[in-house]
Design a protein around this ligand. Structure first.
Ligand SMILES: NC(=O)c1ccc[n+]([C@@H]2O[C@H](COP(=O)([O-])OP(=O)(O)OC[C@H]3O[C@@H](n4cnc5c(N)ncnc54)[C@H](O)[C@@H]3O)[C@@H](O)[C@H]2O)c1
Length: 463
């Protein structure tokens, strides 16, 4: 079966870039990305490519090439469902904030709504692709809804989890380590798998396209994120041990990473991982394990989250301790708010939790981030509900200039590893700060020895 029209429900960090790349590589396929969020769709359709709703290096060029040719963004969900042979579900699946499984399970409300809408709007058989990260065995629920609420049509459900990393999304999509496609082992299931394989094979070498049964595919995505997050928590645990033993975490990471069984990637100690996925997906795995009565499995993975929370709190406590055990009324500058460099995504960013901790101690925080708006920063803090929106605006200032941000502050903390921070005139910053000028490098990106020579008191992770 040859697919000529694709619909993707959800124009977010995954739906937007993945579909833009499919459209760029397969000009003969019409790709329509739909969303209920009008503002988001307007931004995807906007003239100014600097204002796309998702910032990713290289994405503007891909969108410029395909948009209007065979890539479309729309809020007309039903129309796009009707005309497509293949529908990707790429909606958000956040941690539940209410009821059974609150704080642990994935909230599948939006996925279910999609399934019901697909069933209601469809007039011919379709392949439905789970692109969102979902708990293992969700495909069964999606199929059940489609089979029982549809018009007697046949639906094939595939799992095609996305492994892109924000900040390198376009690169990852153009040259993925692997593409994973799970489906039914029936002849119809295999046909559906082949249809999706054919799309990716336009630009991905066939040997990198892995096909599995649908449950393995669903579980592989959760497992991949759990393993990645586990490496960060493991090296962060070692960073604390380094700080009390005069070992250096960068040297330890280099030494163990040279072992080909361990490998060198994802061994960078930091203030803690953030992002919309790691925590949510591990919590979900913990929840699933517990629901099957696998308490040791659940406890094992839950520790990854506990370690990450500890690392964020430890960073904030270290700032307070270094500033003579009080930050009340003191200006502390945050360089970076995004959860990692080269993205404007702030979901679960370590900066939010470090700020919250310091605000509880009545610090005055000033934030500069090259890509994150003040509006987003306040929304992140308001969402915590720790204090009123008025208080957040009173104690947190957001500025557009890094030198202004650092002026008259007691301490500067690096929360995101943006490249530009390294090239700043640190002498100028030092001279504009209150003395003793303290620097907390939560990403270990700055030249610490040079900064010490300038007079800074430097605290780094695991040093
Ligand atoms: N962000 C990542 O790096 C990443 C990587 C891999 C996988 N994932 C997974 O992909 C999924 C999507 O993540 P995201 O970061 O793109 O989320 P997102 O919040 O950026 O985007 C989701 C979009 O879906 C839209 N939506 C929700 N319900 C809808 C409906 N019924 N009809 C139309 N639109 C609807 C929302 O308005 C939103 O714009 C999640 O399951 C996530 O775990 C994310």
């Amino acid at each position: 079966m040859k697919v000529s029209k694709i619909c993707c429900i959800g124009a977010g960090y995954v739906g937007g870039p993945t579909m833009a790349v499919i459209a760029q590589k397969c000009p003969e396929i019409k790709v329509t990305v739909v969303d209920i969020n009008q503002a988001r769709i307007d931004a995807w359709n906007g003239e100014d490519l600097d204002k796309l709703p998702v910032y990713e290096p290289g994405l503007d060029k891909v969108v410029a090439e395909a948009r209007g040719r065979n890539l479309f963004f729309s809020t007309d969900v039903n129309k796009a469902i009707k005309e497509a042979e293949m529908i990707f579900i790429s909606v958000n699946t956040p941690t539940k904030t209410y009821g059974e499984g609150k704080g642990m399970a994935a909230d599948l409300k939006w996925v279910e709504l999609c399934a019901r809408q697909i069933a209601a709007a469809s007039e011919k058989d379709k392949i439905v692709v789970e692109k969102s990260t979902l708990p293992v065995r969700t495909a069964q629920a999606v199929k059940d809804i489609l089979d029982n609420t549809g018009n007697g049509l046949r639906f094939q459900i595939l799992s095609n989890p996305e492994f892109l990393a924000e900040g390198t999304a376009v690169e990852d999509l153009l040259d993925p380590d692997r593409v994973l496609i799970g489906g039914d082992t029936t002849p119809e299931g295999k046909e559906a798998i082949d249809a999706l394989v054919e799309i990716y094979a336009t630009w991905v070498p066939k040997e990198r396209i892995l096909t599995t049964n649908v449950w393995s595919s669903e579980l592989s995505k959760l497992t991949a994120n759990a393993f990645l997050a586990q490496r960060v928590s493991s090296i962060n645990a070692i960073s604390e041990l380094c700080e009390v033993t005069e070992a250096d975490v960068s040297e330890v990471a280099r030494a163990i990473g040279a072992d080909s069984r361990i490998g060198s990637k994802f061994l960078k100690a930091s203030v803690g991982f953030g992002g919309s996925c790691f925590q949510k997906d591990i919590l979900n795995m913990v929840y699933i394990s517990r629901s099957y009565g696998l308490h040791e499995v659940a406890d094992y993975w839950e520790q990854v989250i506990k370690m990450n929370d500890h690392q964020k709190a430890r960073f904030a406590k270290n700032i307070i301790k270094s500033l003579y055990n009080t930050v009340n009324g003191k200006k502390i500058t945050f360089l970076g708010w995004a959860f990692k460099k080269d993205t404007n995504d702030t979901r679960e960013s370590a900066a939010i939790y470090v700020a919250d901790h310091l605000l509880n101690e009545q610090a005055q925080i000033c934030v500069y981030d090259p890509k994150v708006s003040a509006e987003k920063i306040y929304a992140d803090l308001d969402y915590l509900n720790t204090r009123s929106p008025e208080e957040n605006r009173k104690y947190v200032k957001v500025v557009n200039d890094p030198y202004e941000a650092c002026m008259d502050s007691h301490a500067v903390a690096i929360l995101t590893e943006w490249d530009e921070f390294v090239s700043y005139d640190w002498e100028k910053i030092y001279n504009a700060m209150l003395q003793p000028a303290q620097l907390f490098d939560g990403r270990n990106i700055l030249p610490h020895q040079e900064l010490k020579k300038l007079g800074f008191r430097v605290s780094a992770i695991g040093k």
